[in-house]
Design a protein around this ligand. Structure first.
Ligand code: GTP
Ligand code: MG
Length: 304
């Protein structure tokens, strides 16, 4: 389905550029071409406001312009579409650099990672720990997923490989008190960042949702990060809404971008959730975490 976003984007650029290579594009012509595109974006749950904003920006750039016969109309249109999308994606970009943010804040800086099952929370924490360490900061990893079998060991292996301190409770222990232990450990040992892993949870599980609320109430994190799978598509909106309602979401990390070869799914997710994207995951290695910037999506989406 998301393949369609990319295909339609292509057809939009080629239809507009066909006209522009011969004559000026009238608003009526633009409108007709765009409405076809709107339909595909809506089908993919891209928010109407985002679509309207895109239309307005594009209309300004494309209607009534004359292209010199020395310029390729195709390049011109692709450029304009890219610029318009860039503007929208920039509004959804977490502008601060996490390393700078931590350096400028009182220590320890506490981050809680949350999200539904299997989106990549644990892997992402290992990547973030690696990034912080590489930048001269001292993190501690805290396993507050005391729920899923194997979760503690999975995180412990990462901590050992990364040579980062690791705090865990027993299976079935209260995640909030494990998280608090992690913060106390960081205070005592003058560590810079506390990275708290939590169990995957669905909004339908009231107990687990109450539990994450308690973790947040007890440790009062500086940052609440929602981890989303870029391939999730339409459900991303719901996930963002649930966690926002329960504890609030300060930033999003979008994982598995490497699996969204064409970028359409990620584009839909970003334009619909109305949250700032901080990092994107692009693989399973520790270094596969990139600071989000619109070009990561655009280059994929509009490459010819
Ligand atoms: N290709 C790819 N795979 C990823 C990425 N991030 C995570 N994964 C994989 O996704 C799977 C699930 O990752 P986890 O980190 O265990 O996910 P989780 O959210 O902690 O899962 P639960 O704790 O069970 O809810 C693993 O196989 C990871 O290697 C990514 O950016 N790209
Ligand atoms: Mg996990």
């Amino acid at each position: 389905m998301f393949k369609k976003v990319r295909e339609t984007l292509r057809s939009l650029t080629s239809k507009v550029s066909d006209t522009l290579s011969k004559k000026e594009l009238s608003y009526e012509e633009f409108n007709e071409i765009f409405e076809e595109f709107r339909w595909v974006l809506s089908e993919n749950d891209v928010a109407q406001e985002a679509i309207d904003a895109l239309k307005e920006i594009l209309a300004k750039e494309l209607v009534g312009v004359k292209i010199s016969r020395f310029t390729s109309s195709k390049d011109y249109v692709v450029d304009k579409v890219k610029e318009a999308l860039r503007k929208l994606l920039e509004e959804n970009t977490f502008q601060n650099d996490l390393v700078d943010l931590v350096k400028a804040s009182p220590k320890p800086y506490v981050i809680v990672f949350m999200g539904v099952n299997g989106v990549g929370k644990t892997t992402t924490i290992a990547k973030v720990a690696f990034k912080l360490k590489t930048n001269g900061l001292k993190p501690v990893i805290v396993a507050a997923d005391t729920f899923r079998a194997g979760a503690l060991e999975q995180l412990e292996i990462h901590a050992k490989k990364l040579d980062v301190p690791f705090i865990r409770g027993k299976y079935g222990a209260d995640p909030a008190s494990v998280a608090k232990d992690g913060v106390i450990y960081a205070q005592k040992n003058k560590l810079d960042v506390v990275l708290i892993d939590t169990a995957g949870r669905m909004h339908t599980d009231r107990d687990l949702m109450d539990e994450i609320r308690k973790v947040v109430r007890v440790v009062k994190p500086n940052l609440k990060v929602l981890v989303l799978d870029a391939l999730v598509g339409n459900d991303a909106v719901n996930q963002a809404k649930w966690f926002d309602e329960v504890v609030g979401v300060d930033a999003v990390i979008l994982t598995k971008l490497d699996a969204d070869a064409k970028g359409g799914s990620a584009l839909s997710v970003i334009l619909t959730i109305n949250k700032k994207i901080m990092y994107v995951g692009v693989g399973q290695g520790y270094e596969d975490l990139l600071k989000f910037n619109p070009d990561l999506i655009l280059n994929n989406l509009l490459e010819q």
